[in-house]
Design a protein around this ligand. Sequence first.
Ligand code: C2E
Ligand code: CA
Ligand code: CA
Ligand code: CA
Length: 277
Amino acid sequence: AAKNGGNEAVVYDPAIDKSSQESLSLLSELRRAAEENQFRLYVQPKVMLGTGEVVGIEALVRWVHPERGMVFPDNFIPFAEKTGFIRTLTRWVIEQSAALCSQLEASDIKLRVSVNLSTRDLLDQELPAKFAAVLARHALAPSSFCLEITESAIMDDPVRAQQTLEGLHAMGVDLSIDDFGTGYSSLAYLKRLPVHELKIDKSFVLKMENDPDDAKIVRSTIDLGHNMGLKVVAEGIETLGAWELLAAMGCDQGQGYFIGKPMPAEQFADWLQRWKS
Ligand code: C2E
Ligand code: CA
Ligand code: CA
Ligand code: CA
C-alpha cells in the first residue's frame, strides 16, 4: 500500500467531504485510476501574440472515469492536494509531458511544455532531483519545461516553496506565476522568487473587452511584468478582439479557446499542422 513512500496521509476534513468514508473511497478510486491508466494528458497551445507562432503547450490532466466519464481537474485536483495524491499525479504529468516533448522533438517540433505544480509539490524537496532524472531519461534540456505555480501555493509555506523553486531554477527550468492577480497580493514574492513569466488570470482576460476596469488591470499587469523583466502570458483568449487588444498592449504570449482548446496529447501534432497551413 505504501507504494509512494507513505506520503498520502488521509486527512479528514468535513469542509470538503460529506464523510471520511467517502473521501477514503475517492482516494482509493484515484489510486486505482493511476494503476488502470484512467488519467489522460491534454495539452493547450500557447502562441506568440505578435506572429501567431506556437511556442509552447500547457499540460492539463483529465480523468476518464469508467462510470462518470470525463472528470475535469477542478473536481479532483483539490482533493488530490488534500490527501497528498497530487505528488503521484504530478509525477505522472511530468513523465507524460517529457515523453510527448521528446516525441515532438523527434519530428523537429521544438516547444516548451508548461506543467502545473500545486502547494504539496512545492513542499516536496525531492522534486528537483526527481525532475532532473526524468529529463535525463528522455534526453531533454531543462529549458524544454516551464513550471506554473500559483501565488497561493507559494504563500502556504514561502520559505520551503522558495527553496524548491531555487532548486528548480538552478537546474535551468523556467518558472511561471499562474493566475496572477487572483490570489493574495504577493508582489514581494514576485521580486524575490526566480520567476521568468507571469500569467494573467483568465477572469480578467475574459471580461477585458467589455469592462474597462478589467482592461486596465490587464494593461497594468503587462507593464508590471515587463518592468520586472518577465515574459507576460494571457490565458482565456476566446475572441479575435481579445487577441488584438492584448497584442496592442504588448502582451507576449497567449492561450485560449480562440487559439485552441485543450486536446488529447496525441492529437496535438495534427492540430499544429492545421494551424500552420
Ligand atoms: P489553470 O492552470 O489556470 O489552467 C487553465 C484552465 O483554463 C484550464 O482548465 C483550461 O482548459 C482553461 N481555459 C483555457 N483557455 C480558456 C478559454 O479561452 N476560456 C475559458 N473559459 N477557459 C479556458 P482545466 O483544464 O479545466 O484546468 C483547471 C485547473 O486545474 C487548472 O487551471 C489548474 O489549476 C488545474 N490543473 C489542471 N491540470 C493540472 C495538473 O496536471 N496538475 C495540477 N496541479 N493542476 C492541474
Ligand atoms: Ca496553469
Ligand atoms: Ca491559470
Ligand atoms: Ca486556474
